[in-house]
Design a binder for this molecule. Sequence first.
Ligand code: IMP
Length: 198
Amino acid sequence: MSRHFTGGRLVVASHNQGKVREIRELLASFKADVISAGELNLPEPEETESTFIGNAKLKALAAAKASGLPALSDDSGLAVSALDGAPGIYSARWAGPSKDFTAAMLRVEKEMAGTADRSAKFVCALALCWPDSHCEVFEGEVHGTLSFPPRGTKGFGYDPIFVPVDLETTFAEMEPAAKHAMSHRARAFAQLVAACFI
Ligand code: IMP
């Protein structure tokens, strides 16, 4: 049986404002007092693992141990079929230290030039860890195709080039509630909530 989050403060082990905002919204109806690693001035550990789940655990464990509180982390990214799953766990790193996602999206477009397969997926791994090192982990995916040039101003990261299956708008053109209803993060969250929050 999974360990439950029993209320009180929950650290979101991320310095990414876009992610922290989405996680706050996704947990809005639960008794979690969400505080970010950035607000607690926790260091950002280096992501040295080779999988989304591995990196999610590494970040949540570091935040739980440093804060003495349960910590939730999200490791996510875009996996492009024609690029053998790249940028994958390196999605944030493709944007460089200045977090320039316009440049990262251009790089995806350039590396895909000449390939016919436009399919891609977003993957989200969640890890909820406690200071005693116990972790619960979950993974969600959403499939779609990539479309250039980027369109839309909502969302973050690679949202302006990702069109989910059966839709015509990019994630960045959708209302946040519509993205939350179907995203990789929402799917991983549904599993987390069922296992640890209800
Ligand atoms: P990390 O999990 O902090 O290593 O970063 C994951 C990166 O993947 C983010 O910085 C974004 O570039 C990208 N990413 C993850 N989820 C999304 C999403 O919902 N929309 C757009 N980009 C995303």
